[in-house]
Design a protein around this ligand. Structure first.
Ligand code: PLP
Length: 487
């Protein structure tokens, strides 16, 4: 059957798809476009197949991978939600997609206005005063935030401040960003409730502390209840407070980092604001700061000159303390378009509903699963929660095997073995875009697997059974990658 073969096996000489007839006007000579020395001597060995064969080939491949257009994708910490397709359409409008980044400002006023207004919207959402949309990943936003902390202490000639405190419930990129920017990371153990313990914080806080980097909600999906006390303690010690706001979808319209005392926050516009996340695709990690840190933001800053006919421009003259440019041009512009369309189409009420539904869905699902799996930290949670497969491990089935068994039911696995502070962690984020029916179906599958662990653990330990590829040798796949030949 065609569907089982790859396109090289299907190839037959002379077979081809449809081509429109020649236009009847002379072609530009190829030599004018690609000089002879850069052209290949022989034709490439491309398969010769018909159009339907080609379409089936790609459709078949698209079903091998799990994706959010196929079914629920509850990968904790990653926000794999369904994003409105209309925002992709808007980003693809020729006036946006075909813009050349070197275009003079007077010819791209609309694009600059969009960036300017997006920064303003993000500032309002987070309670910050200024936002740069230049960084192109959450982790790059973290780097920018930390460079701002460094620039701030340098300006104050306070160079001994080298320590950044990071709770052990923070995202894994946080300590990496701290190391990358030349600080040293000081880990802080969470209390038994999974939250930062102010007494433990006081013990590591001193006048070498440059700041605190905190993921909120933390990777257990919990909101830091004592956050105002924590930010005040850091400020009293002369440090700054950074919030990893990658998972802002739990807060939209409900609370604002700026009101909690944070000085810096980064957003993941992919994840929270309508660009699909994952697969190493492009990202956008905008960074917001309070007014006292605005002078350190990257250059250029998108600005508006109200006295000059509301002209939008890239402002370079932002003083000598800016950390400088961190990305070519204006960052990942198409992601900014999606974020802008998402924010403006939902409006304040819609954004608030996003957060409320994200929280409701996570708590509903957690409550449905808490009887069959261990829930190490009590509810309520925010947009995600972490189960432990400790009980299943005692019966010989580990979290990773439960994740693999889920694939047999056409469901993507949750994040496993992270956060590290939960043994046999299954980190689940249903997202705001799943219906109750979809959550119920997922819960029933999870419960069914819990029963299988009790009655037929081998079935789970040998999963998946029904996927196009069965158990991968993960170590070999990483060391000896072969993307060409299905085996
Ligand atoms: C995803 C995520 C990051 C990193 O974002 P990238 O764009 O993948 O670099 C940082 N912190 C948290 C909490 C995240 O969920």
């Amino acid at each position: 059957m065609d569907a089982e073969k790859n396109i090289f096996e299907l190839s037959k000489p002379g077979r081809a798809g449809q081509m429109p007839p020649a236009a009847g006007v002379p072609d530009v000579p190829l030599d004018n476009l690609i000089p002879q020395e850069f052209r290949r001597a022989e034709d490439a060995a491309l398969p010769e197949i018909s159009e339907p064969q080609l379409v089936r080939h790609y459709i078949r491949l698209s079903t091998y991978n799990h994706h959010v257009d196929k079914a629920i994708y509850p990968l904790g910490s990653c926000t794999m939600k369904y994003n409105p397709k209309i925002n992709d359409r808007l980003a693809a409008l020729p006036g946006f997609a075909a813009l050349h980044p070197e275009l003079p400002e007077k010819h791209c006023q609309g694009a600059l206005q969009l960036l300017y207004e997006l920064a303003g919207d993000l500032a309002e959402i987070a309670g910050m005063d200024e936002v740069s949309v230049q960084p192109v990943a959450g982790a790059q936003g973290e780097m920018v935030g930390l460079l701002i902390i460094r620039a701030y202490h340098r300006k104050n000639e306070d160079r001994k401040r080298r320590k950044i405190i990071i709770p052990d419930s923070s995202h894994g990129t946080n300590p990496a960003s701290v190391a990358l920017t030349g600080f040293s990371a000081v880990p802080l153990k969470s209390g038994s409730d999974g939250l930062v313990d102010p007494a433990a914080l006081a013990k590591v806080l001193d006048d070498n502390t440059a700041g605190l980097m905190l993921t909120n909600p933390n990777t257990l999906g919990l909101f830091e209840k004592q956050i105002e006390k924590i930010t005040a303690m850091i400020h009293e010690a002369g440090g700054l407070v950074y919030m990893d706001g990658a998972n802002l979808n739990a807060m939209l319209g409900l609370v604002r980092p700026g009101d909690m005392g944070f000085d810096i926050v980064h957003f993941n516009l992919h994840k929270s604001f309508s660009t699909p996340h994952g697969g190493g695709g492009p990202g956008a990690g905008a960074v917001g700061v309070t007014s006292r840190l605005a002078e350190f933001l990257p250059t250029p800053r998108i600005a508006c000159a109200p006295l000059n006919g509301d002209k939008f421009y890239r402002r370079e003259d932002v003083g000598k303390y800016s950390i400088g440019r961190v990305q070519a041009f204006d960052g990942n512009f198409a992601i900014a378009v999606r974020a802008y369309a998402y924010i403006r189409s939902l409006g304040p009420e819609g954004l608030r509903q996003v957060a409320e539904n994200a929280i409701l869905n996570a708590n509903y699902l957690a409550s449905r699963l808490a009887g069959d799996y261990d829930l190490p930290y009590p509810l309520p949670c925010q947009h995600e929660f972490v189960l432990s497969a400790n009980r299943q491990k005692k019966l010989g089935v580990r979290a990773g095997e439960i994740a693999k068994r889920l694939l047999d039911f056409g469901v993507h696995a949750p994040t496993v073995y992270f956060p590290l502070i939960v043994p046999e962690a299954l980190m689940i984020e249903p997202t705001e875009t799943e219906s109750k029916e979809s959550l119920d179906a997922f819960a029933e599958i999870m419960v069914r697997i819990a029963r299988e662990v009790e009655t037929d653990p081998d079935l789970v330990n040998t999963a998946p059974h029904d996927t196009p590829f069965l158990r991968m040798d993960e170590a070999k796949a990483a060391r000896d990658l072969d993307l060409c030949q299905p085996t």
